[in-house]
Design a protein around this ligand. Sequence first.
Ligand code: HEM
Ligand SMILES: *[C@@H]1O[C@H](CO)[C@@H](O)[C@H](O)[C@H]1NC(C)=O
Ligand SMILES: *[C@@H]1O[C@H](CO)[C@@H](O)[C@H](O)[C@H]1NC(C)=O
Ligand SMILES: *[C@@H]1O[C@H](CO)[C@@H](O)[C@H](O)[C@H]1NC(C)=O
Length: 472
Amino acid sequence: MVIVLFVLLLYKELLAYFQTALLAFKVKGPKPLPFVGNALLINDSKKLEKIGSDCYEEYGPVFRAWISFIPTIFIYQPDHLQAVLGSSKQTDKNFLYSYMHNFIGEGLITNNGYKWLTHRKYIQSYFNINYLDRCVKTFSKHSKMLIKKLDNSDGLIKITNFVNDSVLNVLHEIVFGLQAEDEELKTKSPFRKGKLLVHERLTKPWMLFEFLYRLTSYGDMEITQKSKLQNFTKQVLENKKANRKVNREHSLLDIFIKISETHFDFTEEDIINEACTFMLAGQDSVSSAISFTLYFLAKYTEYQDRAREEVDEILDSCENNPKVSDLNDMKYLGCCIKEALRLCPSVPIIARKLSEKLVLDDITLPSGCNVFIAPYITHRLKHLYPNPEEYNPERFFSENGKSRHPYSFIPFSAGPRNCLGYKFAMLEMKTIISYLLRNYCIHLDQRSDKLNVLYRITLRAKGGIWIKLEKR
Ligand code: HEM
Ligand SMILES: *[C@@H]1O[C@H](CO)[C@@H](O)[C@H](O)[C@H]1NC(C)=O
Ligand SMILES: *[C@@H]1O[C@H](CO)[C@@H](O)[C@H](O)[C@H]1NC(C)=O
Ligand SMILES: *[C@@H]1O[C@H](CO)[C@@H](O)[C@H](O)[C@H]1NC(C)=O
């Protein structure tokens, strides 16, 4: 019985492989090299950007890319994205995610099927307005601490590092309930030192095999890193359980404990995995989006001035302690953030493995096909965003966006597997940026005048972003 099942499974995998490979030989795509295929592109930002901007004209509505021997299909038209992301049947992630466990954990982001569905339901129900209101208090507290730190700097700073640090402090407090004053615990925290190795793996074909990868120093580093994250989380969890008062749910960990008490299929291991996932999901994604928004506002000061006017008006009326509703009122700032996320989507790639075959116009993608979605490409389609390289927040004024397809803006993905932290992230970004605008005029330092983007699991600015702060 087991053998029959195994053979059937193997047959299914092989069939999917050959069907996708066949398709990959038929559709156009960038020229592959022997052994590595197109994988080296991720080391070449300029070439990658060129493909991203031109692929629609050059290859048509889909193209193929080989990650060494693995065939993959890129889609980017909004209606095609909707067919995949919008479907409750196409929610399975593909092989790429198993390479990112040390980075995003083995929780909501990487899980599939029943486990994903139930966990998503359990956790999502807690992300309501009351919860977000509590989170905003934490965002404000850490924004104030950030301003204090910046006041003590000499004004010419690499803002990426400061933002990075604040975002991480916010997460330690929200996920674990560890206060920023807990210096000792935080310096011990391994979440500061994550090292991302997917990049190495994808450009070195032999590392795609799990058993070979585990033999390399990279594999070793990854396993150690992951075990540190889990050990740290486990320790915090044990402390929490020991000192827990009934019905207090101040941190996400408390919420997860509560879920595990009512749902027997949410185990201690799940708590640890989900806590790690949230620590990692909310880190680089948010700090990169804040940093890129600050870059654009510093570069185009007319937008900065307009955003500040709005912020002054709103923060004046709530004595600097914004509530969710105040932040929701910062519509112009919201457009500035969205436009930054359009040009620099923090998560440059979303991937799926099709659970059933999919017909996109005249192309049929087989079941099991590896599909890649690159927000970068969709966000630069000329017929959706005329003059796509230009930064212009007005594109997101509600009257200007009405005619655009709902899947033409996907920095948080879309559909049933969209970003669970979407509202949380928007509120956090608005809080931190509004405090900065309120306190400083932001100028771009010349060394950051030209943006050089690195395409990793999250986007980042090469060399960081340098700005000059002028106290108001
Ligand atoms: C600007 C900030 C953020 C961006 C651009 C972003 C983007 C995304 C994207 C594109 C996905 C889909 C990934 C995929 O399908 O492979 C995702 C999923 C997810 N994000 Fe975010 N994210 C951000 C912030 C956050 C924050 C702050 C949290 C937590 C508080 C969070 C939690 C999650 C979770 C749990 C998922 C998995 C959802 C699921 O599969 O059901 N994200 N995010
Ligand atoms: C690609 O970049 C990574 C890290 O930057 C490096 O380790 C790797 O050797 C590069 N691969 C090639 C083939 O240049
Ligand atoms: C965040 O800061 C840490 C150390 O301060 C650094 O190692 C890391 O690369 C930074 N991350 C980003 C995205 O800049
Ligand atoms: C994590 O904890 C386990 C069991 O307590 C231990 O064997 C392992 O060495 C720890 N890992 C690290 C990286 O400290």
